[in-house]
Design a protein around this ligand. Structure first.
Ligand code: SIN
Length: 521
């Protein structure tokens, strides 16, 4: 008889919880443990922040083939078609499973699911709950996780590195090294299988819609263990973050606002997307972000405008209550006047290379959600496909994990030391600011050969200086994060340098001639 599985899930967003719940269901209440470890509660995850929704075919006039075609079109020839097909085919089943688990989505007067329209979609197919869909998913999944007898959750552990064993059959992952963010205790947590679901890396950039915890820790851990990545050059910039230089953090104005009729305006009040793409304001995000970037650069403007007045005050208040509250808190009224917006880093389309079951190149290691590069998104992500991916691939990953080989008995946890936390030094803070404010601006929406080379060299220097700070004895959370941020930044930069042609979210101005069909000049 096979012995019970011992699984660690790092991260507690939608992908991690969907996986844990599915595996727990497959275990049928039998033996086996699923330990979810995270440095923060799910309310601080990227998933929780998701406004838009879950892209899924729920209207009989729509079809999974159309959803597939939209995904492939936005992915600009870089998607894995088999993964795309797998994911979009299961949209409706996922929504029904969520409804069964107690999710509440917006419906029309007849009780049918209400679908919003977002960029790159040929039809309205984004199932949502107002402008807080991520929070609704987290609420439902979290309540189910709490009821499960197989799943334990610890929300104060930062995963530092993967534990990798080596034997005659090759290398495999058999756990993670964690640090308790309160006590500084370092523990080797062993497991049969480790699942990374650590979310994105938006904090590599100064302006990002991602929460503070999005520091790319899963991708960096995989890199340190020699696990292959893919598609790292493709960082999606969301066209409409609210311009608010005096505020900490960058607030997203959902694309569903444009889906409901809002339009982008140049500083002189003219329509920004007119004539640039057949889908105009709802073109794929890379097209819209680049068009805004061009206007801002040419005119030296810090932002452009989003005119949502045409949606009507009542509809705006009904469909976007959180956005409205936020705007009001800043003295802006989107029902009455255009609001200032700018692009901001939003989503890492690539990540740790996986197949359609979440398996990475290292035995015993899976990756799910934003930290994974499953091939679904290709060179740019179709809006709201990420929550769908975070629901579908975990189903396959759970079945694959359950069937996986148990290599050897899993040793218990082993305390291996303790760090005395310090505060961050001025150098650490300065290095992070340099990374975000100077280096990564050359690896942003528009890149060029010289800028990428300079950034690559400078990131090498930052990495070296980070090591020097570490050797000096500093043990601050900021330094742990910086270590990961620099590694991920270098991976983005390196793959951007290596990209032979412009596609989707990667645009190198020195390769412009290769993209004659690109609609935005
Ligand atoms: C949005 O609401 O605009 C973001 C949704 C997404 O990133 O898919």
């Amino acid at each position: 008889m096979t012995r019970p599985l011992n699984v660690i899930v790092v991260g507690s967003g939608v992908a991690g919880m969907a996986f844990a719940l599915r595996l727990s269901d497959l275990m049928k209440g039998g033996e086996g443990t699923i330990r979810m470890l995270s440095k923060a509660p799910p309310e601080m995850s990227n998933s929780h922040a998701a406004q838009g929704g879950v892209a899924a075919v729920t209207d009989p006039a729509d079809s999974w083939e159309k959803h597939r075609d939209d995904t492939l079109e936005v992915g600009a020839g870089r998607c894995d078609p088999e993964v795309v097909e797998r994911v979009v085919k299961e949209g409706s089943a996922c929504i029904h499973e969520l409804l069964r688990r107690g999710a509440r989505f917006d419906t029309d007067g007849q009780g049918r699911l209400d679908a919003a329209r977002e960029g790159g979609h040929s039809t309205a197919r984004v199932v949502h709950r107002g402008d807080r869909t991520g929070a609704e998913l987290v609420r439902v999944l979290r309540s189910q996780v709490k009821l499960s007898t197989n799943i334990t959750v610890t929300e104060s552990l930062l995963a530092l590195d993967l534990l990798v064993a080596d034997g005659p059959g090759g290398r495999w992952c058999n756990g993670v090294r964690t640090i308790d963010i309160h006590s500084g205790e370092i523990t080797l947590q062993h497991a049969d299988v480790v699942v990374l679901a650590t979310g994105g890396a938006g904090q590599v950039y100064r302006h990002t819609t991602n929460p503070e915890g999005a520091t790319g820790s899963g991708v960096a851990m995989a890199m340190r263990a020699g696990v292959a990545l893919r598609d790292m050059a493709f960082v999606q910039f969301h066209p409409t973050a609210l311009y608010a230089p005096e505020r900490k953090g960058t607030f997203l104005i959902s694309e569903a606002v444009r889906g409901a009729g809002a339009v982008l305006l140049r500083p002189d009040g003219s329509r920004l997307m007119d004539g640039l793409h057949p889908m105009a304001d709802l073109a794929p995000r890379n097209v819209v972000a680049r068009a805004i970037h061009a206007v801002m650069s040419e005119q030296g403007a810090p932002h452009v405008w989003l005119d949502a007045t045409r949606i009507g005050k009542a509809r705006f208040a009904r469909e976007f209550p959180m956005i409205l509250d936020h705007c009001w808190s800043m003295g802006l009224d989107p029902g009455r006047e255009p609001i200032p917006v700018m692009p901001a880093a939003h989503y890492l389309c690539g990540g740790i290379r996986t197949d359609g079951e979440g398996r990475t190149g290292l035995d015993g290691l899976y990756a799910l959600g934003e930290c994974a590069g499953s091939g679904l998104h290709g060179a740019d992500r179709l809006a709201s496909n990420s929550l769908l991916e975070a629901l579908v691939i975990p189903r396959y990953a759970a079945a694959s994990v359950l069937a996986s080989e148990r290599r050897e008995p899993v040793p218990g946890n082993e305390v291996s030391g303790r760090y005395m936390f310090t505060g961050p030094s001025r150098t650490t803070l300065a290095l992070r600011a340099e990374l975000q404010d100077r280096m990564m601006t050359s690896v942003g929406i528009v890149r060029d050969d010289a800028g990428l080379r300079l950034a690559w060299d400078a990131l090498g220097t930052i990495l070296h200086r980070t090591d020097v700070v570490w050797s000096s004895g500093e043990r601050s959370m900021e330094l742990f994060e910086l270590r990961d941020l620099v590694m991920v930044a270098r991976a983005i930069c390196e793959q951007a340098i290596e990209e032979p042609r412009n596609a989707g979210a990667h645009w190198n101005a020195d390769r412009r001639e290769r993209r004659a069909s690109e609609p935005v000049a």
